[in-house]
Design a protein around this ligand. Structure first.
Ligand SMILES: N[C@@H](CCC(=O)N[C@@H](CS)C(=O)NCC(=O)O)C(=O)O
Length: 226
């Protein structure tokens, strides 16, 4: 068996796949791909040119949700998707809420603006207007989505059912990027969500990736305040 993930630590979608693999106890190779300068032929594996892409021997796939769904069928235990039909759909919903709801806001205005662009321009710090815009977007656009997550989680340990699912992996994977940019759900306003993230991010599956990426992308995470 040879499993390969193609991608980069900049991507929350790549993180989602790598965490799912780790939670299933699967060994894999990791091939670095910069989505803005992909290697020749990359579109044969990932027709939209995006990361992650995935290889299982000579079979290839693209898209984090597709890859995770494939992993579940291919390596069913431990299960990361609920078996109850409604719980199953709810788990997919939380994954989509993050991928399709959070990422399009946080990606450009927070992570790209505060981490990636400065990194690509040789370490120049973001200007005051960029910092102010990120703060405004976080307050006005991201906070209502975090409030929804806080309410949905309630007093439960997991987003769906009574064990780890793709919903938890999706929520915690996506929120690592703002963490790298110095933003996390405020403990005072979102105590349950923040405690959930603390638990998730300290799991070996997450901790290893966060520790790997923090020196490169996550220097601003030291700014996070409770
Ligand atoms: N729905 C895709 C989204 C993947 C995605 O947007 N990846 C970004 C990096 S976070 C990318 O490759 N962007 C480069 C591009 O759009 O050309 C997934 O879940 O894998």
């Amino acid at each position: 068996m040879s499993l390969v993930v193609l991608g980069s630590g900049v991507s929350p979608f790549v993180r989602k796949v790598r965490v799912a693999l780790a939670e299933k106890g699967l060994e894999y190779e990791y091939e670095a791909v910069n989505p803005f300068a992909p290697p020749p032929g990359y579109r044969e594996i990932s027709p939209l040119g995006k990361i992650p892409a995935f290889k299982d021997g000579d079979r290839t796939l693209a898209d984090s949700s597709v890859i995770c769904a494939y992993l579940e069928k291919r390596f069913p235990t431990p299960a990361l998707y609920p078996s109850d039909p409604y719980d199953y759909a709810r788990a997919l919903w939380f994954e989509e809420f993050m991928d399709g709801g959070l990422v399009p806001i946080v990606g450009p205005h927070v992570f790209l603006a505060l981490v990636l662009k400065p990194l690509m321009s040789g370490g120049q710090a973001p200007d005051a207007a960029t910092e102010a815009n990120a703060k405004k977007v976080w307050e006005e656009q991201v906070t209502p989505l975090l409030a929804y997550l806080e309410k949905q989680l309630g007093d439960d340990e997991w987003f769906v059912g009574n064990r780890l699912t793709i919903a938890d992996i999706g929520v915690a994977s996506i929120l690592v990027n703002p963490r790298h940019a110095g933003y996390a759900p405020e403990r005072k306003r979102f105590p349950k969500l923040r405690a959930f993230l603390d638990r998730m991010w300290s799991r070996p599956s997450f901790k290893q990736l966060i520790d790997e990426d923090t020196p490169v992308f996550g220097k601003r995470s030291a700014r996070i305040q409770d």
